[in-house]
Design a protein around this ligand. Structure first.
Ligand code: ARG
Length: 404
């Protein structure tokens, strides 16, 4: 280790890995280590993380509630963009990383630190998201990923290291799964899930009940949007984080929001991941339903085909602070002006059905759509339109016929 590093800001969860990293960095670099723990709605007791950071010997401790910023600046823009990776993954983990990395860099600048550090492994997407975000925001900052560098290979070795260094760990029965949780959803991988042919065991789920165990009566909910942003639920105005938490409860108790995906990771491997994302599932469906009503055809098609999947890729690839993401956001913003209105959803045994929508900016025109007596559509214009519309095909067909 040739480089001199004196002060490090560590993304700290309070778990075994990051506790061992805290001590390891102090020993390896002889550096001061400041821990940073963000509350993104993971529902863990942050007092425990604080206590553990203190007892492990952190030189300073930051704990911040970032739920509001997470929802307003990361989750809702992604919702408006329709950002779902490979048509299934609603990007909960992927959206949280750039925010955590941004705060790490900001704290490093305020504290005059030379480096930030995280506990990601060398095989996943999250290391890329932390490292690339840091580079984008401050190209001079060093990013340390001890799990990528050190020689400890197993959990047993880490536990041994913790015991030797008086790190207060609670050695619980080891879960075979690796999980990540925030407001927008929960990611679960490893263990038996690594065989994509195996049905996920019920024990992996925490946010959702199994659809079979869900109530026999459907739950109806009504969501209000303003400019593509959800602002209320069932007749009540609600702030974003609270609305998401409420929808996670209602959706989860009706078995809504389980996703099973074999996804393409950035580092080139396919991996099988299970997601629980009740609120995201409901909100994406509701938002889409309102766009059906309020977006003009070509804009809607373009957004769905070109913008949403690309936006999702950028988020997944760790390129949140990429100029293309900002440019796409500008496109999305102009499409959202009229995405205002009310959507009714029915949740029933794992299914989330849109059953009604209305908007003051609705482009749906009953007098044009109806087959009843009120019909105002000019059918006589249809014939000429069809002739011109089909002209290129007619020309091509005539050429073919002439060649025969
Ligand atoms: N595959 C997801 C992503 O790349 C989740 C990663 C974190 N998952 C986990 N089980 N630790 O965003």
């Amino acid at each position: 280790m040739s480089e001199r590093i004196e002060k490090i800001i560590l993304a700290y969860s309070g778990g075994l890995d990051t506790s061992v990293i805290l001590k390891w960095l102090q020993e390896e670099y002889g550096a001061e280590v400041i821990t940073f723990t963000a509350d993104l709605g993971q529902g863990e007791n942050l007092a425990i993380a604080k206590d553990r950071a203190e007892k492990t010997g952190a030189n300073k401790i930051y704990i911040e509630d970032l739920k509001g910023e997470f929802v307003a600046n990361y989750v809702f823009p992604a919702l408006q963009a329709g950002a779902v990776y490979e048509s299934k993954y609603m990007l909960a983990t992927a959206l949280g990383r750039p925010l955590i990395a941004k705060r790490l860099v900001e704290i490093a600048e305020e504290e005059g630190a030379d480096a930030i550090a995280h506990g990601c492994t060398g095989k996943g997407n999250d290391q890329v998201r932390f490292d690339v975000t840091a580079t984008a925001l401050n190209p001079d900052i060093k990013v340390l990923a001890p799990v990528r560098e050190w020689s400890m290979k197993s959990r047993e070795e880490e536990i041994e290291y913790a015991l030797q260094h008086q790190i207060p760990i609670t050695v619980t029965q080891e879960s075979p799964y690796s999980t990540d949780l925030n407001l927008w959803g929960r990611s679960i991988e490893c263990g038996v899930l690594e065989d994509p042919s195996v049905e996920p065991p019920e024990e992996i789920y925490e946010m959702t009940v199994s659809p079979q165990a869900a109530p026999n009566e459907p739950a109806y909910i009504e969501i209000y949007f303003e400019g593509g942003v959800p602002v209320g639920l069932n007749g009540q105005e609600m702030d974003g984080a609270e609305l998401i938490q409420t929808l996670n409860k209602i959706g989860g108790s009706n078995g809504v929001g389980r996703v099973d995906l074999v996804e393409n990771r950035l580092v080139g491997i396919k991996s099988r991941e299970i997601y629980e994302c009740p609120a995201a599932t409901i909100l994406f469906a509701a938002h889409k339903g309102l766009e059906e009503l309020t977006l003009e055809r070509e804009t809607l098609h373009y957004k769905n085909a070109m913008v949403s999947p690309r936006y999702a890729e950028l988020v997944y690839y760790g390129l949140w602070f990429h100029p293309l993401r900002e440019a796409l956001d500008a496109f999305v913003k102009t499409t959202q002006q009229n995405v205002t209105g009310r959507v009714r959803m029915r949740l029933y045994k794992g299914a989330c059905m849109l059953v009604g929508r209305e908007s003051p900016y609705s482009l749906y025109d009953y007098s044009l759509a109806t087959y009843d007596r009120g019909d105002m559509f000019d059918r006589t214009a249809a014939e000429g339109f069809i002739k011109i519309w089909g002209l290129p095909l007619r020309v091509a067909a005539c050429l073919c016929a002439a060649k025969r």
